[in-house]
Every structure is written in structure tokens, then in C-alpha cells.
Design a protein around this ligand. Structure first.
Ligand SMILES: *Cc1c(COP(=O)(O)O)cnc(C)c1O
Length: 447
């Protein structure tokens, strides 16, 4: 069986063990009387995965949630995919081809990030947003940073900003795990400048402002602005989360790196795979000069701080690989990534796509209807914001069937949304070039 030309080709692509397992499984089905013997080859070929990473399946995101954590957050742009292809081999990630000497690792990605935020004095990239916070906390407030040998410092943070980011992970616990001490200020709903002033002392490592990127507190609330916090003395670190580099008019309440730096943040941290639309990464951006009002003794600029973080021993453990650097540079320097395109999609255009898809599905005999819908940004930012969208509504049973298409064929899995007893396929987060795949996936569901 393994010598059969099509299976030999498959072994070249997938490896012998994986193909052999598929053959054995098909033969087992013959012995069990489930499969006619002459169909062993066809069944084997149908059961073979597309890649040797057989546990990962492409999934069309028809949830209407732009950044779906369970679907890997931001999909990469075609430019980023092409860059991955270059980086995958041996490449000059840390070599200067002109001199033959060692070059600065990831200089292209750093230059692209610096160009995207011209007001930043220095930038660095680590594994993810959580890693960026862990590095800052360790270097500025971890054991050894305090007045006495081995002593740590305090991170001053508002109680309303002690965020759980997902899967049970919490920012306060992450910070505490570095050995830094947390000094919580204010109440859940309100915090004032006075609370911070009272908390700041010789033990303060830095003041941290965390954007509540996945929830909203409304009603009797108050917070202290970046501008006010920047004049208190200690370095001000602002975790904006989403990775917007400049203000986005569609999301007026979502913080961005350029504005946070302009308002006086010493250091901004953010994720690469949320609204930035790139690969998983943690961005660190430092201010050019110490904020006015900072005392000379604590007057290290964000740029100097970034340089210190870059040289910190822990930075080596949080280092990003060449694939991330390549995809990040291409995301920043190349055309708008799919997340940005989806955020800016015209609702009328989404409605037109939904009408077209539903019309074709009805013509094929299905119970499909184009309906207005509401998308969201997702856990990656902009809580409470809804994005007008359009969806194809199908009977409820389609949700499970689309998620698990009958094995083997060229049909892609689809994740939709259950709403009011219908399966909604929302087009907000789906690139238009995927409509054809979505149509094929729906048509492939057995009647
Ligand atoms: C998402 C998020 C994080 C964690 O970033 P990861 O890249 O997921 O590690 C931290 N802080 C905020 C405010 C976030 O929104």
C-alpha cells in the first residue's frame, strides 16, 4: 500500500508514520465490514491531513468576533505569510550581510515598529503582552531592585485595573509572581490622584495603568488620566493591551501607543496579535525624554528604560523567534492586515455579501436568509463596542455540522454563532475572499 504512487507522494509530505497509520485505520474498517476492500486507497487518501501538524485545522471565523482567542486571535496578512516563508529557512536575522559580522537581532521589525510610532524613543519586542509586563515588573520592582539587598519594590496599581486576561490568568498574579509587591489603590469603581500620591514612596518601583480591555465598569466611576499619573514622579507604565499604535476613530475609547506616549507614559506595553493584526508578540515602547515634572533622580527616559530591559537577563528567556520578527515586520510595513480591513468593513458591503451568499444557498435548496447582525472586537479590546454587520442565518443544526465537516474532503471547518435558535454566519470577521469557501462548507452539510 505504501508503495502506491499517491501514498508515496503523501509520505514525502507527511512522513511515513502518519500515512501508515491512515492505511492501517482504513484496513481496520475493511476488517470490521465498514468499508469495501477496493475503497481502502480512497479512504486512506481522504483521511490524510493537509499538513503533518495534523491537530491544527483551518477554521473560518464566522462568529462576528474580530479577535477570537480560541481561533488564534488575528489572522496574518498575505505579506506576513510570505515573510514567514523567507524566515523559515536560514536567514540573516542576526547577521549583517554587508560586513559578515553579527547584526542586531530583529532590527527590521524594530525599525518598522519605531517607524510606526515615531514619537517612541526606543522599542523592543518580546514573546507576548504578558511577557512584556513580566519583564518590566522584574526589572523595575523585582527582588534586588529595592533599598536593602534582595528587597523588591512596589507596583502602584488601581484596584479597578486588576484584570483577568483569560483562561484563569490574572495580571496581578503575574506581577506578583515576579517577586514585585503590589500596592493597590482606590476602590473597584473609583480611584483618585490623591490615592496614588498617598501610595507613592521610596519603595515605589513604578506606577502601572492597565487598560480594562475585556470588560467595562459603568455608573459611578472615576479614573486618573495618563497625563496626571505621569507627573507623580515614578516611571509610568501603561499596558494598553490591544496594540493600536495610533488613534482609531472607530474605537474612540481604545487607548493607543502614540497617544499614551504623548500624554506622558514612560513605557507602553501591548500585544502584537490583537488590533495590531500581527503575530503573537509583546511590544515595549519607551518615551523619548523623561516626562516634565519627573525628578532628576528618577528621570530615566522610557528609551533608556527599554535599553535596560533589552539587556536584562530575563529578556533572553522572553525573546521572540525569527518567524515572529518576520511576520511582525511585514504586518507593520506591509498592506493593512485582515483585522484592520475587517474593522473598517462597510456594513452595506457586508449586507451585500450576505444577500449574495443567502441567495445562492436558497437557489441550492437551503433554508438561508441574510440578516443584520452585530459583531464585536472581542477579548482583544474595545469592550462594549458593537460593529454593525450582516450574517447568513441557517437552521440551528448547521452550527455543529459546520464545525466538524465530514472527514477528508476539501471542506473547511466553520465557527458560527447560535442566536435565537438559528445558526448565524457573521461576515464581519471573514475576509471576502473566503466567501467561496464558506459557501462550499455550507453546501457540503448533508441535508
Ligand atoms: C491581552 C492583554 C494582555 C495580555 O497580552 P498577551 O499578548 O495575551 O500576553 C495584557 N494586558 C492587557 C490589557 C490585555 O488586553
Amino acid at each position: 500500500m505504501l508503495a502506491e504512487p499517491r501514498l508515496a507522494e503523501a509520505q514525502h509530505r507527511l512522513g511515513r508514520a502518519l500515512v501508515k497509520r491512515a492505511v492501517l485505520a482504513a484496513q481496520q474498517r475493511v476488517r470490521a465490514g465498514e468499508l469495501a476492500p477496493e475503497l481502502v486507497l480512497d479512504a486512506t487518501l481522504a483521511a490524510l491531513p493537509d499538513t503533518a501538524a495534523a491537530s491544527l485545522h483551518p477554521v473560518l471565523n464566522a462568529t462576528g468576533v474580530l479577535l477570537h482567542t480560541n481561533l488564534g486571535r488575528a489572522p496574518l496578512s498575505a505579506a506576513a505569510l510570505a515573510a514567514l516563508g523567507v524566515a523559515a529557512g536560514t536567514c540573516d536575522v542576526e547577521l549583517d550581510l554587508a560586513t559578515g559580522a553579527r547584526g542586531r537581532r530583529g532590527r527590521g521589525a524594530m525599525a518598522a515598529l519605531a517607524a510606526a510610532v515615531p514619537t517612541a524613543g526606543a522599542v523592543h519586542v518580546v514573546n507576548n503582552g504578558a511577557a512584556a509586563l513580566a519583564l518590566v515588573a522584574t526589572a523595575l520592582a523585582g527582588p534586588g531592585t529595592g533599598g536593602r539587598p534582595g528587597a523588591s519594590r512596589e507596583i502602584v496599581i488601581a484596584r479597578g485595573e486588576l484584570v483577568e486576561i483569560g483562561d484563569g490568568f490574572r495580571i496581578p498574579e503575574l506581577l506578583a509572581a515576579t517577586g514585585a509587591r503590589l500596592h493597590e489603590v482606590g476602590a473597584t469603581n473609583r480611584v483618585h490622584r490623591r490615592d496614588y500620591v498617598d501610595a507613592i514612596g521610596p519603595d515605589t518601583g513604578f506606577v502601572l495603568k492597565v487598560h480594562p480591555s475585556n470588560f467595562q465598569i459603568t455608573g459611578f466611576t472615576s479614573a486618573v488620566s495618563i497625563a496626571e499619573l505621569s507627573t507623580l514622579g515614578p516611571p509610568l507604565v501603561v499596558d494598553i493591551g490591544s496594540g493600536l499604535l495610533a488613534a482609531e476613530p472607530l474605537l474612540p475609547d481604545e487607548p493607543d501607543a502614540a497617544t499614551a506616549l504623548a500624554q506622558g507614559a514612560t513605557l507602553v506595553t501591548a500585544s502584537g496579535d490583537k488590533l495590531l493584526g500581527g503575530p503573537q508578540a509583546g511590544l515595549l515602547l519607551g518615551s523619548r525624554a523623561p516626562a516634565p515634572g519627573r525628578e532628576p533622580s528618577t528621570g530615566e527616559s522610557g528609551a533608556q528604560l527599554v535599553e535596560r530591559l533589552r539587556r536584562h537577563p530575563l529578556a533572553r528567556a522572553l525573546r521572540v523567534d525569527k518567524l515572529t520578527l518576520a511576520a511582525l515586520e511585514a504586518t507593520l510595513a506591509g498592506p493593512e492586515p485582515p483585522t484592520t480591513v475587517a474593522l473598517h468593513a462597510d456594513p452595506a458591503e457586508l449586507a451585500r455579501r450576505a444577500e449574495a451568499l443567502a441567495g445562492r444557498l436558497r437557489a441550492a435548496g437551503l433554508d438561508a436568509l441574510a440578516v443584520p447582525s452585530l459583531g464585536t472586537v472581542g477579548g482583544g479590546g474595545a469592550p462594549g463596542v458593537t460593529l454593525p454587520s450582516a450574517a447568513v442565518a441557517l437552521p440551528e443544526r448547521y452550527a455543529a455540522a459546520l464545525r466538524q465537516p465530514a472527514g477528508g474532503g476539501p471542506v473547511t471547518a466553520v465557527l458560527g454563532r447560535l442566536e435565537g435558535g438559528r445558526c448565524l454566519l457573521d461576515l464581519r470577521a471573514l475576509a471576502e475572499e473566503l466567501d467561496e469557501q464558506l459557501y462550499a462548507a455550507v453546501c457540503a452539510v448533508p441535508a
